[in-house]
Design a protein around this ligand. Structure first.
Ligand code: NI
Length: 137
């Protein structure tokens, strides 16, 4: 499966964007995802797309990670043709579904789902409606 992005937990988007620009990244889409209680900014460096994820409200899903290890990569997101089929196949391969497929405002409302495997860790799947959806930078 092709990698769409690497998700990196950060404390605050505003505080870290300049650091990524200094590393050679271009800043793209930036949104607050109220449902997931996170602020997201996509940055690109050549073929590599990083999703910066910061808490936007209490009880954000990245709170625990930030508290335990600080800013850190924490998921890989893979592009799939059919997210329902992919979730089913991965569950039968030992992955636990963390979130059911739902639209992600940061990726043009493409459907995303999170799964966890005890040896692999956390992964995200995204089903893109077309080549332009999810163009982030
Ligand atoms: Ni992601």
């Amino acid at each position: 499966m092709r990698i769409h992005h690497v998700g990196v937990a950060v404390a605050a988007i505003d505080e870290v964007l300049d650091d990524y620009v200094a590393l050679g990244y271009t800043v793209g889409t930036r949104v607050v995802d109220d449902e997931r209680r996170v602020e997201i900014a996509f940055v690109r460096n050549g073929d590599y797309v990083i999703e910066l994820v910061a808490p936007a409200a209490a009880d954000s899903p990245v709170d625990g990670l930030l508290k335990k290890v600080g800013p850190s990569p924490y998921h890989l997101c893979y592009v799939v043709d059919d997210i329902a089929v992919a979730v089913r196949e991965l569950r039968s391969a030992g992955y636990v579904r963390i979130t059911a497929p739902s639209p992600a405002p940061a990726i043009g409302y493409a459907a995303v789902a999170f799964l966890h495997h005890r040896r692999v860790g956390l992964i995200e799947l995204v089903e893109l409606a077309g080549p332009d959806q999810g163009v982030v930078v």
